[in-house]
Design a protein around this ligand. Sequence first.
Ligand SMILES: Cc1ncc(COP(=O)(O)O)c(C=O)c1O
Length: 297
Amino acid sequence: MNKKGSVSQTKVYINGQSIPKEEASLSIYDHGFLYGDGVFEGIRAYNGKVFKLDEHLDRLYGSAHAIMIEMPIPKPELRSAILGLLRDNGLQSAYIRVSVSRGVGLGLDPKNIHNPTVIVMTDSLSLYPQSMYTDGLIVSTVPTRIPPPHVIDPRIKSLGKYLNNIQAKLEANRVGAGEGLMLTVDGYVAEATGDNIFLIRGDKLITPPPYIGILMGITRNTVIDLARRAGIEVVESVFTLYDVYTADECFLTGTAAEVIPVAEVDGRKIGDGKPGTITRQLMADFRKETETVGVAY
Ligand SMILES: Cc1ncc(COP(=O)(O)O)c(C=O)c1O
């Protein structure tokens, strides 16, 4: 319903159809609902252009392949469905959520479940407050660790894995932190609950390597490209909290947060506690990239 009490015109895409969101429904036997058995993507559109759409689609199809969900439609068809839905919903800037579940079936065994559900939803963006970008985030290390790749590979953006992130976010919220920093079971710094982490030491940009069990963030990859284009050396290396506390600068990257500076971690100021020069340069470069690159709809 919209504010006037009439049915809104917002549509969603579900299994090949574009229908009003109020009419969309899922089976209570859906394996995504019963077991978190599915994959997803969060994508963003800026001013009528979808940012890094093909990279997100590649990651979605990669995640599905890794857990042996056979995507029921080819990539170009889903790509057109996303662009069509954004046009239908009349959104210039948007958050796009694509979800895929293995399909319908009660038991755990996925052997006989071959009817994946594909859903696309679009929404207007709820942006982080501007003060977080000008002052920097207060971050707290949380007790919950990321699962190691031999338990559940965090590079697969699966529905079920995100209970780990929700648990971590609850812990960050309890101490009033803007984000929760997650470690590997061995105590290395991994990523935030919904963002990748970068440090700056001297003139080098340092970020953990994906094999330790982080999501291969699309914003992360964009920032690495932008930094290299600006002549900044980028090193993918494992590091500990000591490296974070003593870094010159620190920032997080993610589709929703974009590039966001970190002012403080676990009560330690990072650098002088204000967004640093390289962070601010990369924030500006990223903003420019979102304004110029993208798939128009
Ligand atoms: C755990 C985690 N790490 C990192 C990211 C950042 O990835 P991206 O830049 O592709 O949004 C996300 C967001 O999807 C995430 O959920």
